[in-house]
Structures are given as structure tokens and as C-alpha cells.
Design a protein around this ligand. Structure first.
Ligand code: ADP
Length: 402
């Protein structure tokens, strides 16, 4: 029997999954991937092979009441009927916030769940959904090993100064500090830099994770020394629907003068701002690009996005004391030729020069000249979860054997 892992990434109405074979001494190997979309309403399930060919598909209407629990149990039974000589060994979960306590991937038990629940106020729009399938598995598949893999973990290498807010001392002791997110993505990129250019792996690199969520991370010798997201996933760059860094005074104005409730203000900052808010059209870069030539609002939203990325890169170049490489990743970073070109054009002062032809075809190297290099590297957060889950299982087994 080949042991397999399920990697889960749960959102408010979606459950993305990947299934990996685990062979001794080898990198986890992807077998199937898919998702459930529209949970709580009309649900669409699809599972594909590693080449992206659909293997099975199903839809349920909103009257069928398919939520996370039903979807997860459907996945387990789909797996059982297709697994042949495989056996489910563990489930690895993406968990956005590990707080100060969880720096490394962690085997889940009741006490861990309780600690992770305490972090819900720090990531109110993500953490509850990440914890939901963990609790379902505890209930429905008792004894199944589960591992939590954190988006914050990778940034634990940052200095005290880099993670400090200029607030009274006891706020830091209460956990009010910069944590940083997208760590699973940065971990992956750091792990493959050597395959692109060995000097990069040891150098000063800025990774631009530009998806619906967006952030930048400064890597020195493969470790995170600074990042744009902070206490919550709201900080830093503007995103699809999130505002990114704003003056905290705006929040007081919203509460006191505009009489918004904290929930209304939070909803505005998380779900109605960013590219969507500024354009008034869409949070989707493809839609905005298709309209930018004729629609000033679409163009303005993109210009703001690029301006803020370029400015923040300047800040991280200062934190690194120079720059050897810039990596673009995630949906926009991997696919939007124009965003990459505009960001690089804004970094001419740092010695970056674009290779237009390579940028159009996706690189991987998209810079010309002898200055810092620029790259397009597809991220793979799920593989990092599989690797981390595997390493936790191996450590448990080694402990049992000793
Ligand atoms: P998430 O953070 O939800 O994982 P993704 O990494 O999938 O997000 O990124 C979604 C973003 O990527 C959207 O703004 C989408 O428009 C953009 N994107 C995806 N494909 C393309 C493309 N071919 N050209 C431009 N933008 C793209």
C-alpha cells in the first residue's frame, strides 16, 4: 500500500484539495487535484489528474445543502473508490495564522485546535474557514493524523525590529506585532531558487506574490527578513479586494464620523477595497487589463497597484541593503505580462532592465543586462504543505521508534 496525503486549503465557500503519494525518501508526488466551489449554495466539484485533465465532475443544487462537511466526506469516499493500492495516511491543512506560538508545522490535537481558535480575531476572514475541516476530520475520522501548516511560519526568522510596531511595549507582549503571510508560497520559492540560479539562493531576493492576496517578501540567503503584510493579511500592498496599508486614522474616521460598525468597516477594508474598490469594476486583473485602454477607472486601479508594488520594493531593497533578484509569482505575477513590465520599468534606478521577449513568453528569466535579475517562478503552496506534513509524520514515527 502506498501511503497518501490529502492537502486541504479551505475558504469560506471553497475547498481546494490535492492528493500526494508518499514514497520513502522521495519528494511527495501529486496524483490528483481539484476543488469544491460554491459551498453552502450551488456546489461544483471537479477532480483532475496531474496534467489537468478532468477525471470526475459533479454539481449539486443549493437545495442539496452541501457544506464543508458534506464536501469533505464526499472527497474521502471519492478517494476510497479510486485509490486502488493507496491508503490515506494524513491530512495537511493550510492555516493562515500560527501566531507567536506556532513557528513550525504542527501535529493537531484538541489543545492545538483550541490555541488556533484563539487566533481567529487576528485573521477573521481566513482562520475560521481553515479550522473548519480540521474540526470535521477530528469528528468524522477520529485518529486520522492532521498537520497544520502556517502562512506565518516562514517569517519567524525576521528580527525583533522588523516585526515591531511602534506601539506601547505591552502591545507586543499581547501579540500585536508584524507576523507576515503567504509564507507557504515564499517557502516554495526559496526552495527552488537554486534550480534557477545558485547565486540567487544565497543572495538578496524580493519575491512578489501577486494574486488575489498580494504581498512582497525580502529573502536573504533564503530566509525572510522583511515582508509587507503585518499583524493581519490586510497590510501592505493593495489586493483584489483588500486595501493594503492605510493610515490607521482612516479607521477611526470610519467608526466615529461615518458611524460604521466595526464589522462594516472591516468588510469594506477586506472585501470592497483594493483593485475592486478603486476601479469600481472588478477585483480581477484580467478584467481590468481588458478595459484599461478605454476605461480610466480600470487604468487608475492598475496604476495604483503597480505604483504601490514599486514603492514597497524600494523599501525592501533598503531592508536588504541591495538587490540581486526579483521574483514574480501567483496569478498576476505568473501571468500578467504588463504588470511585470511596469514594475520593472519603475525599478530602473535599481539597475533592473526588462527582456521584453522573455517577459512575453514567461521567462523564467525576464531581465536583460548585468544588473539584478528578474524571474517568473510559479508557486506551489500545496507541495510545501505536503512536504511539511510528511516531515511532521516522519518525526512522529522516528520518536515512536526510538
Ligand atoms: P488567489 O490569491 O485567490 O490564489 P491567484 O493567485 O489565483 O489568487 O490570482 C488571481 C489573480 O490572478 C486575479 O487577479 C486574476 O485576474 C489574475 N490572473 C490570472 N490569470 C491571469 C492572466 N492570464 N493574466 C492576467 N492576470 C491573471
Amino acid at each position: 500500500m502506498t501511503p497518501v496525503l490529502i492537502v486541504l486549503n479551505a475558504g469560506s465557500s471553497s475547498l481546494k484539495f490535492q492528493v500526494y503519494d508518499m514514497f520513502d525518501g522521495m519528494e511527495p508526488r501529486l496524483v490528483w487535484k481539484g476543488f469544491y466551489e460554491g459551498l453552502g449554495g450551488a456546489v461544483h466539484f471537479i477532480v483532475k489528474d496531474t496534467g489537468g485533465t478532468p477525471l470526475d465532475e459533479m454539481t449539486w443544487s443549493s437545495g442539496d445543502g452541501i457544506g464543508h462537511e458534506e464536501a469533505l466526506m464526499h472527497l474521502i469516499s471519492w478517494l476510497r473508490s479510486h485509490q486502488e493500492n493507496r491508503k490515506l495516511a494524513a491530512i495537511g491543512h493550510r492555516v493562515v495564522h500560527g501566531g507567536g506560538a506556532f513557528a513550525a508545522p504542527t501535529l493537531i490535537d484538541e489543545a492545538v485546535i483550541q490555541e488556533l481558535e484563539k487566533l481567529v480575531p487576528l485573521a477573521p476572514l481566513h482562520q475560521p474557514h481553515n479550522l473548519e475541516p480540521i474540526k470535521i476530520v477530528q469528528r468524522r475520522l477520529p485518529g486520522m493524523p492532521q498537520v497544520a501548516c502556517f502562512d506565518t511560519g516562514f517569517h519567524q526568522t525576521q528580527s525583533d525590529i522588523a516585526s515591531l510596531f511602534a506601539l506601547p511595549r505591552d502591545m507586543r507582549e499581547r501579540g500585536v506585532r508584524r507576523y507576515g503571510f503567504h509564507g507557504l508560497s515564499y517557502d516554495y520559492i526559496a526552495s527552488v531558487l537554486k534550480d534557477y540560479d545558485p547565486r540567487l539562493a544565497e543572495g538578496r531576493v524580493i519575491v512578489a506574490h501577486l494574486g488575489n492576496g498580494a504581498s512582497l517578501c525580502a529573502l536573504n540567503d533564503g530566509t525572510s527578513i522583511a515582508t509587507t503584510m503585518g499583524f493581519s493579511a490586510l497590510d501592505g500592498l493593495p489586493m483584489g479586494t483588500r486595501c493594503g496599508a492605510i493610515d490607521a486614522g482612516v479607521v477611526f474616521y470610519m467608526l466615529r464620523e461615518m458611524k460604521l460598525s466595526p464589522e462594516e468597516a472591516e468588510r469594506m477594508l477586506y472585501t470592497k477595497s483594493g483593485l475592486l474598490g478603486v476601479s469600481g469594476i472588478s477585483n480581477d486583473m484580467r478584467t481590468l487589463r481588458s478595459k484599461a485602454a478605454t476605461n480610466a477607472d480600470a487604468k487608475r486601479a492598475i496604476d495604483m497597484f503597480v505604483y504601490r508594488i514599486t514603492r514597497e520594493i524600494g523599501s525592501l531593497v533598503a531592508a536588504l541593503g541591495g538587490l540581486d533578484g526579483l521574483v514574480f509569482t501567483a496569478g498576476i505575477g505568473e501571468n500578467d505580462v504588463a504588470t511585470r513590465a511596469e514594475v520593472i520599468a519603475g525599478l530602473a534606478w535599481a539597475g533592473l532592465t526588462i527582456d521584453e521577449a522573455a517577459n512575453r513568453t514567461g521567462g523564467p528569466r525576464i531581465s536583460a543586462g548585468s544588473g539584478p535579475t528578474a524571474w517568473v517562478i510559479p508557486t506551489n503552496e500545496e507541495l510545501v504543505i505536503a512536504r511539511q506534513t510528511r516531515s511532521v509524520l516522519d518525526a512522529v514515527q522516528a520518536k515512536l521508534a526510538s
